[in-house]
Write a protein that binds this ligand. Structure first.
Ligand code: NCD
Ligand code: ZN
Length: 461
């Protein structure tokens, strides 16, 4: 763990820190912006951390010291919420920290992220989950919600103390062994029963481990030709089906991480038709990339679940457009150079995603007409906030609502360069690709956290 900078606060047992207090009178005026990309450009005034006015008269309420964001030609959306981020702190600060990951999140338009539990030590106790929350609040660029492990040490054998983590300072609302599947059906059943009683979410990394021994790539013609061990679709789909049934019987809800196959989309449809409480996310990389990328053997393309076939990509896009898949989550997974610049089968799986997510969603969903800007707000902000029960995020852009906002330039293009991203690690699969649309400003509770590609550390203005 990175020192004990949060130690004093922990010992006093104070109330949960709820983020930076907004100094009275500090105001942000967003001019000439199209809210949700709809209607005529208008002004939006933010004061005291809330949306104070929208419309031609909004500017009148802004004091002289109000900061102006020029929204001409831009779209205003609710701040994005990422249900699946790996921030690597504690333990692998050589690849990402809460500080650097928060910067990447703010630059990507996020106002809340959920930091997965596969850290070292594992986030299977309130000591770790509380640390993650407090450190995120100290950094102040994005709300970093800790995800608690379902099982002790992610070993899949013994349930972690979910209730203690849920009632800690970090108030854990989501539990996941992500990186590993909770594969023992009895443990999963118990976890779902507890989650129901605690009113928290269990998110499953759906992978039947007996079907993925040594697997590094999607099982199909490409892997066969390249001599890579295949990961069958059934490894994911069998767990999705099983967990839907377990959730049904437990009267609980379950969330599926990084859905990657057409069959998973069909199973989600079926489960919903049975009234089962099941939600799912898809990553930007599974919306854009397929296993033809593996031809080069570049391990930057190694990820779990693996990049699938073009027909799966198509089904995932359609599933997201139709609401069968609820939301986009980045699965931002930084890795050190030595773990990526190596033989494909030896590389660690995972890709950076926070700073590129919006651009990929624009390119795969908005530009082809599968979603409009309202739809983008839904899948990147509203649904994720709802799924996890955040009441201050993913809110409509209306007077009186918390000012968690993102300003997007839809018409610009930019070229991705790993070293220029805020993450410590560089493992972006989009290196040198030119992508559409860019976040130009992010506002967290009325405070600008990122503007024109630079973060605003807490304390600056
Ligand atoms: C993730 C990681 O690196 O922690 N890797 C990945 O390929 N997605 C774990 C995970 O999300 O399963
Ligand atoms: Zn996973």
């Amino acid at each position: 763990m990175s020192g004990n900078r949060t130690g004093d606060a922990v010992l006093t047992g104070d109330a949960v820190p709820t983020g930076d207090a907004v100094p009275a009178g500090s105001a942000v005026l967003i001019r000439d912006v199209r809210v949700y990309g709809e209607g005529e450009p208008t002004d939006v005034l933010v004061t005291g951390g809330i949306v104070a006015a929208i419309g031609p008269d909004a500017a009148a309420g802004a004091g002289e010291d109000a900061e102006i964001l020029d929204g001409a030609g831009q779209v205003l959306l609710p701040g994005f919420v990422d249900l699946h981020t790996h921030l690597r702190e504690p333990g692998r600060e050589d690849t990402e920290t809460i500080d650097s990951g928060s910067a990447a999140a703010a630059l990507g338009g996020y106002t809340a992220v959920f930091a997965m539990a596969n850290t070292s030590p594992v986030a299977d106790s309130a000591v770790v989950t509380d640390h993650v929350w407090r450190r995120g609040q100290e950094v102040g660029l994005v709300d970093v919600h800790p995800v608690g492990a379902v099982t002790v040490g992610l070993a899949g054998e013994q349930l972690a103390e979910m209730a203690t983590m849920a009632s800690g300072v970090g108030r854990v609302r989501m539990f996941s062994d992500d990186g590993h599947c909770v594969h023992d059906p009895l443990i999963m059943r118990r976890a779902l029963e507890y989650s129901s009683a605690l009113d928290v979410l269990v998110a499953q990394h759906a992978e039947e481990p007996r079907l993925t021994v040594g697997s590094v790539a999607h099982e199909g013609p490409t892997a066969a030709r390249l001599g890579l061990t295949g990961w069958p679709r059934a490894a994911e789909e069998s767990i999705v089906a099983r967990d839907a049934l377990l959730a049904r019987d437990a009267g609980a809800r379950v969330h599926i991480c990084h859905a990657s196959t057409a069959g998973t989309v069909e199973l989600l449809k079926w489960a919903r038709s049975q009234g089962i409480s099941i939600t799912a996310e898809v990553t930007p990389h599974h919306l854009l990339l397929d296993d033809s990328r593996l031809e080069t053997y570049d391990a930057v393309n190694r990820v779990n679940p693996p990049l699938r076939e073009a027909s799966d990509v198509e089904a995932l896009r359609r599933g997201l457009a139709e609401g069968v898949i609820d939301c986009v989550a980045t699965d931002h997974a930084p890795h050190a150079e030595q773990d990526k610049c190596c033989e494909f089968a030896a590389a660690r799986p995972g890709m950076l995603g926070l700073e590129t997510a919006l651009s990929i969603v624009v390119s795969t969903m908005l530009r082809p007409g599968l979603l409009d800007w309202r739809g983008v707000a839904k899948v990147m902000s509203e649904r994720p906030a709802e799924i996890v029960g955040l009441d201050d995020q993913g809110r409509p852009i209306e007077v009186g609502e918390p000012a968690n906002l993102v300003l997007v330039d839809p018409d610009t293009e930019w070229t991705v360069h790993g070293p220029e991203l805020a993450s410590v690690a560089n493992n972006t699969p989009y290196e040198s690709m030119t992508l559409p649309a860019k976040v130009t400003a992010t506002v967290l509770r009325g405070r600008i956290t990122a503007r024109d590609g630079k973060v605003r550390p807490k304390g600056d203005r």
